[in-house]
Design a protein around this ligand. Structure first.
Ligand SMILES: NC(=O)c1ccc[n+]([C@@H]2O[C@H](COP(=O)([O-])OP(=O)(O)OC[C@H]3O[C@@H](n4cnc5c(N)ncnc54)[C@H](O)[C@@H]3O)[C@@H](O)[C@H]2O)c1
Length: 249
């Protein structure tokens, strides 16, 4: 049964990885999807795959004006919004001593400011429809940080706090907000890293995962789908930790 028939969703960071997988699945569940990202080429392919259900919108999600334009384009095409999935990320890694201001600014602009401004605009659209659901991608690094992940962990910690704050702020409008703190998921990006370095998947951090494997994008998509449907109607403000047990071991 198509679970999202008649729904309109906006997915950020949708050109690849988890965002693209969410956009594809939402479309196959009957939603009309605005897929927003910086990368025009992959968005065009996604649009073709979506056969009318997916509209690619090129925008820099670290900039308020471009976020507004992306939502305007989605509203013009689909006439409203029921679901927002915040997936976009700018990753910067390395020791604290080597952290540079421009990279911190960009990571915060995309991963914190962008998520806040997307939620603000989404909530305006959702109120007109009597409610909605927001899901934001967090990470296991927000719970169990590792060396070299200071900026990323800070961004994802902010996502968890933002999720709780949005839940309180928007509950009266019938809008739920949750996050998914994913463990290592074998996206194209990670697969490329694994192909380039045979030791990648057996690194100590991953070897200690109780389930002994990386997650699959479809497993993340299942959680996101659950969080945007009435199946999770009493669930809000939570960060669902989807990590094969990594953070409890
Ligand atoms: N893959 C994992 O193992 C994993 C684990 C935990 C959490 N996450 C989180 O899940 C989400 C998706 O992860 P992924 O690995 O699929 O990501 P990814 O790096 O494959 O894709 C991120 C997307 O964000 C887009 N993006 C970056 N900056 C942008 C900007 N300024 N404007 C518009 N788009 C921009 C990129 O173009 C890219 O398409 C992220 O928030 C990530 O932090 C991923």
């Amino acid at each position: 049964m198509a679970e999202l028939e008649g729904k309109v969703a906006l997915v950020t960071g949708a050109a690849q990885g988890i965002g693209a997988a969410v956009a594809r699945r939402f479309a196959s569940e009957g939603a009309r999807v605005a897929a927003v990202d910086l990368q025009a080429g992959p968005l065009a392919s996604l649009e073709r795959e979506g056969s009318g259900g997916i509209r690619g919108v090129v925008a820099d999600l670290g900039r308020a004006d471009q976020i507004e334009r992306a939502f305007d384009a989605a509203a013009a095409e689909f006439g409203g919004l029921d679901i927002l999935v915040n997936c976009a990320v700018f990753r910067t890694m390395g020791p604290l001593d080597e952290v540079e201001e421009p990279a911190v600014d960009l990571a915060l602009a995309v991963g914190v400011k962008g998520y806040i401004l997307c939620a603000r605009r989404a909530a305006r659209e959702m109120r007109r429809r009597g409610g909605g659901a927001i899901v934001s991608m967090s990470s296991f690094y927000s719970i169990t940080p590792a060396k070299g992940r200071v900026v990323y962990a800070a961004v994802k910690g902010a996502v968890n706090a933002l999720t709780r704050a949005l839940a309180v702020e928007l509950a009266g409008d019938g809008i739920r907000a949750n996050a998914v703190a994913a463990g290592p998921i074998m996206t194209e990006r990670r697969q490329a890293a694994a192909d380039a370095d045979p030791g990648y998947t057996s690194a100590e951090r991953y070897r200690s995962m109780p389930m002994g494997r990386f997650g699959r994008t479809e497993e993340v998509v299942e959680a996101v789908l659950y969080l945007v449907t009435p199946r999770s109607s009493f669930l809000t403000g939570q960060t669902v930790v989807l990590d094969g047990g990594l953070t409890i071991s």
